[in-house]
Design a protein around this ligand. Structure first.
Ligand code: HEC
Length: 150
C-alpha cells in the first residue's frame, strides 16, 4: 500500500513538472518548423498564393483523372512554373527560396513528362505521370515540414 502511494505521488510530481515547462519551450517542441516573419499585411497574400498552389494541384489531378495529359501539363506550366513569386522573395530565407524553386522545377518536369504521353497511354505512361506528380507534391510536403509563417 505504501509502495502504491509512493508511486502515485511520483506520478503526480512528474505530471506537475511536465506542465510547468515554459509555454515557449513547449511550443518550440511541438512545432520545430522554422518561423518566417512576414509583414502582417503580406501574410494574407502569401497564404492566398499557397491556396492557389493547392487549387493548381487539384486541377492537375482532375485533368489526369480525365486522361487529359495536355491539360494537366498546361495547368502545371501556367500555374506552378517559376515567375509567380508575387513579391515575397525578399522576406524569405534562401533555403525557402531554393525549396520554392525546386517545386517550380518539379512542376516544369511534370509538364514535360505528361506532354510526352502518347494518345494511347500504356500502364508505364500512367506510372511515369503519377511518379512525376508525386515528385511535385513531395516538394509541397517538404517545405511545409520545414517552414511556417508568423
Ligand atoms: C518553399 C516552401 C513552400 C512550398 C514549395 C509550398 N508551400 Fe505551401 N506553404 C508554405 C508555408 C510556409 C505555409 C504556411 C504554413 C504555416 O504557417 O503553418 C504554406 C501554406 C500552405 C497552405 C495553407 C494556406 C492557408 O490559407 O492557410 C496551402 C493550402 C499550401 N501551402 C499549399 C501548397 C501546395 C499545394 C504546394 C505545392 C504545389 C505548396 N503549398 C508548396 C510553404 C511552401
Amino acid at each position: 500500500m505504501r509502495r502504491f502511494r509512493r508511486l502515485a505521488l511520483t506520478t503526480m510530481v512528474l505530471a506537475v513538472l511536465a506542465q510547468a515547462q515554459t509555454p515557449a519551450l513547449a511550443a518550440a517542441e511541438a512545432d520545430p518548423r522554422t518561423a518566417i516573419a512576414l509583414p502582417a499585411d503580406l501574410r494574407p497574400a502569401f497564404l492566398a498564393h499557397m491556396r492557389h498552389h493547392m487549387d493548381a494541384l487539384d486541377d492537375i489531378i482532375a485533368r489526369l483523372a480525365a486522361a487529359d495529359f495536355k491539360g494537366a501539363a498546361g495547368v502545371a506550366r501556367t500555374e506552378l512554373e517559376p515567375g509567380s513569386g508575387a513579391g515575397f522573395g525578399r522576406y524569405l530565407p534562401i533555403e525557402f527560396r531554393e525549396m520554392g524553386l525546386g517545386m517550380h522545377r518539379a512542376a516544369a518536369e511534370f509538364a514535360t513528362v505528361v506532354e510526352a504521353v502518347p494518345a494511347q497511354p500504356a500502364a508505364a505512361d500512367w506510372q511515369k505521370a503519377i511518379a512525376a506528380l508525386q515528385t511535385l507534391s513531395a516538394h509541397c510536403r517538404g517545405c511545409h515540414g520545414a517552414f511556417r509563417v508568423e
